[in-house]
Design a protein around this ligand. Structure first.
Ligand code: AMP
Ligand code: MN
Ligand code: MN
Ligand code: MN
Length: 290
């Protein structure tokens, strides 16, 4: 058992980061580098939560044996709540539980179907070799638009990923193909059935009214969700108050994470999350290793 390092850490931050991404989804860094950085930041609890895949988890767990931190299994599932695309972070679940294995299969199938539809659309727009390239990407579980963009840039068909999102891949463009994501209720069950903590990711980021946000959090709690993210960089004071009130109203815990993807996100860094308010129970007090 590790000694808590909170006391050593900067009091402006909690010594946890329970939301970030690796190369296995749309992050830029390999698992090993993320763990090195987390250890350097003296984190007590750390989780890599790639979109819709558990491909990095075994490596992270194995490497954490030799690191001075507690590694917590993590994922960020895509789901829908009504017409909204929402994200649910799963923490401290069994990645080998039948619910986890079935969840990965379902999400990977949806993503691959969508990638094929995007590839067809792009070829109709004049891009070449997308379908053929896609057929070689069988080991990428969480295939998405960033991978397709990277291929088009690497094959000299576009200047940058940013350009592609502006012209063909971004919201409302030809390559913005909707996926049939599972219902929020089902995703909460996947996490709970695998013994984990279901955390509503970045509730402040969904473009909805306060009333809608309240309804979403109420449904999430009713489905068995346990926590919402509050300790997130860049949440304005008024929104933070709103999230704290929602957590209290629905007896939800709080979670914290940077949502780090790569170093170009200059406004945040791995392991730097604002502390949770004292009257909110941290989700990490429920971890099996806590
Ligand atoms: P997907 O998983 O296929 O829905 O792609 C979503 C991912 O694409 C996000 O997580 C971002 O990493 C990336 N992305 C979304 N919008 C943009 C954009 N405008 N420019 C660059 N990357 C983007
Ligand atoms: Mn992402
Ligand atoms: Mn997200
Ligand atoms: Mn994320």
């Amino acid at each position: 058992m590790l000694e808590p390092v909170h006391a050593l850490a900067d009091p402006r931050y909690d010594a946890v980061d329970l939301h970030c991404h690796s190369l296995h989804s749309d992050g830029a860094l390999p698992i090993a580098t993320l763990l090195e950085r987390a250890e350097h930041a003296q984190l007590h609890f750390f989780s890599v939560t790639d979109h819709d895949t558990l491909q990095g988890q075994a490596e992270a767990l194995a490497m954490a044996e030799h690191c001075n931190l507690n590694y917590i299994t993590g994922v960020e599932w895509s789901a829908v709540w009504g017409s909204y695309l929402v994200h649910v972070v799963g923490l401290d679940f069994d990645p080998e539980a039948p619910a986890s294995v079935a969840a990965v299969e379902q999400q990977a199938r949806s993503r691959r179907r969508r990638a094929q539809r995007i590839a067809s659309k792009l070829e109709r727009e004049g891009y070449t070799g997308v379908k053929e390239w896609l057929s070689t990407q069988t080991n990428v579980e969480s295939i998405g638009r960033p991978h397709i963009a990277a291929f088009l840039v690497a094959s000299g068909q576009a200047k940058s990923s940013a350009h592609l999102f502006k012209s063909v891949l971004g919201a409302g463009k030809v390559g913005d193909v909707k996926t049939e994501w599972p219902d929020l209720r089902d995703v909460v069950s996947w996490i709970r059935d695998a013994g984990g903590q279901a955390v509503l990711a970045h509730p402040h980021r969904y473009k909805m009214t306060r009333t809608k946000r309240g309804q979403m959090v109420a449904d999430f709690a009713a489905y068995g969700g346990q926590a919402i993210e509050i300790g997130v960089p860049g949440v304005l004071p008024e929104m933070r108050q709103h999230l704290v009130a929602l957590a209290q109203e629905h007896a939800l815990m709080g979670s914290s994470g940077s949502d780090f993807h790569h170093d170009e996100q200059r406004w945040l860094s791995l392991g730097k999350v604002p502390p949770l308010p004292k009257d909110i129970t941290p989700v990490w007090t429920r971890f099996r290793t806590a």
